[in-house]
Structure formats: C-alpha cells, structure tokens
Design a protein around this ligand. Sequence first.
Ligand code: C2E
Ligand code: CA
Ligand code: CA
Ligand code: CA
Length: 274
Amino acid sequence: AKEEGRGRCCVYDPAMDAEREERNQLEIDLRRAIEQNEIMVAFQPVVDAQHLKLRGVEALARWTRAGHGPVRPDIFIPVAERSGLIDQLGLCVLRTACEALVRWPHLTLSVNISPGQFRDPSFVGRVADLLRDTGTEPSRVTLEMTETYFIQNPARARETLDRLKAIGVKIALDDFGAGFSSVGYLRQFGFDRMKIDRSLVSAADAGGRAVDMLQATVALARSLDIPVTAEGIESADQATALRIAGCDQLQGYLFGKPMPACEIDILNGEEPLA
Ligand code: C2E
Ligand code: CA
Ligand code: CA
Ligand code: CA
C-alpha cells in the first residue's frame, strides 16, 4: 500500500491545512504545558475483588489546555508520542505520582508507560533515579504497558523488561483483550499482572460468547499464575462476575473515577468502595 501512495497527487483540500495547523498548535501548547508543569495527575482507585477496599491507584495524566478546556489523554498522549514529548511527560507523571504515594503508605501505584519511553535506552536508569529521589519502594510501583512494543520488538522489550525487574518495579500488561492479545506474549515476558480491557468487560454484559471469552481469558492468566485486574467496572453485576471469574483486583467508575490526590486522602478508610 505504501508503494501505491508514492508519487501520487492529491486533490487540494484547504481543510487539510487547517487540520495540520491545529495539530501543530496542539503540539506547541502541549510542549509549553509540560515545560510549565501544567500536566496534572489524577488517581483512580483500584480495589481488591474480595472486600472491595482501596488497595492501590492508577495515575492518569490530565491536561487543561489554556483557552480550550480539558483535552482527553486519548488525544494528547498520541501527540506527545509523535512529537518526542512523551519521555518528559511520562517521567513527570511518574514523579508526581511517586511524590503523592508518600501520603498513602498502604497503597500501590500504577503508571502508564508508552512504547516510546520504553525504547529510550536511558529509561530504566531514569526510573531508578526517580524512585530513589522520591524515596519510593520499587515493589510498590507497577508500570503498565500495552502489547504493541512487545510484539514489534520482542528481543529488546525483553531486555528492558528484565532490567526494570532488576530494579524491583512490577510490569503489567495493559488493555488485554482489546487488540490481538496473544497468549504467547503473556508467557514469554513474565508479566507480574494482566489488566483486562474495559471492552471485554462490557461486552460480557450481553451474555453469550463474550462471557465465555472473558472467563477463559482470566482463567488463562491464572493458569500462568498471573494475577488479573479487571478494568472499567461500572456495575455491581460486573464486579461480581469478574470476581467469580478469578480477578483479584477491580477498577472502574463503580469504585471511583480518576480523582485528585486530595480525594484519595479522604478515601483512606477501611470501608468498601461499593
Ligand atoms: P488506560 O491506561 O487503559 O486507562 C484507563 C482509562 O479508562 C482511563 O481513561 C479511565 O478514566 C477510564 N476508565 C476507568 N474506569 C472506567 C469505567 O468504569 N468506565 C469508563 N467508561 N472508563 C473508565 P483516561 O484517563 O481518559 O486515559 C485514557 C488512556 O490514555 C489510558 O488508558 C492510557 O492508555 C492513556 N494515558 C493516560 N495517562 C497516561 C500517562 O500518564 N502516560 C501514558 N503513556 N498514557 C496515559
Ligand atoms: Ca493503564
Ligand atoms: Ca487499560
Ligand atoms: Ca487504554
């Protein structure tokens, strides 16, 4: 398909210019926001499936663009990835989250890592420095990765993964069931946790095949001794189904949306979140 595109002309479309212009401006604004520390971090509760009590948080980047309002991570993370800003943005989120974690000695922390960060040879060293600087116990931190990089670059991914494990952080395979999610990768890389994608969780509401698929997926991970977190739990029925299927952790709006650190402070109690 690449060859077909080469040397071809396109119809002039002024909307294309406007689009490119908007993309450039988005990147300029994002760069400035990162430099001026305007990227915020929200924390979403993660509960244990047994008692539905708060056990950890997932850090999620938040950006309010001056003059535009909030921009969704699904929009600005890809911009950061394309423009080489993701290393800086990702480490900034990790640092902010580790600093907040000091206030929650009983909780664990998950942080999302883009393939671009993983690819950077200095990444592991920077994570180690950051954990040391913030006094964070590495085993309390899980880095969440999607399978893309593992598929594209298995040998190098493996090497980086081993180096991360050597400094003591945990690695979770994020969004499992959203893409092609091959079982082979689960085994090969020795992930510490698997996160079942929200699409798989909500599809199971309809019953039938999707329920079987969900159960089989969790059973598969468990047969490899990989603990499973279910994401995007919105109803008590889903929570029950996923606990019975064998997930040990649950996450979703039912227990709490991503929220500022001060609201996590208030949740610190021992009551179930749903
Ligand atoms: P993710 O890592 O899969 O994070 C879970 C997303 O699902 C979050 O969206 C969260 O708000 C949303 N969510 C959680 N529970 C529910 C639920 O019950 N129902 C529904 N409808 N949604 C739920 P968010 O914060 O918009 O983030 C979207 C994606 O952007 C994340 O997906 C992650 O891939 C990426 N992202 C966010 N922050 C970062 C970051 O700091 N670094 C990197 N590399 N990626 C990030
Ligand atoms: Ca995630
Ligand atoms: Ca996810
Ligand atoms: Ca996702």
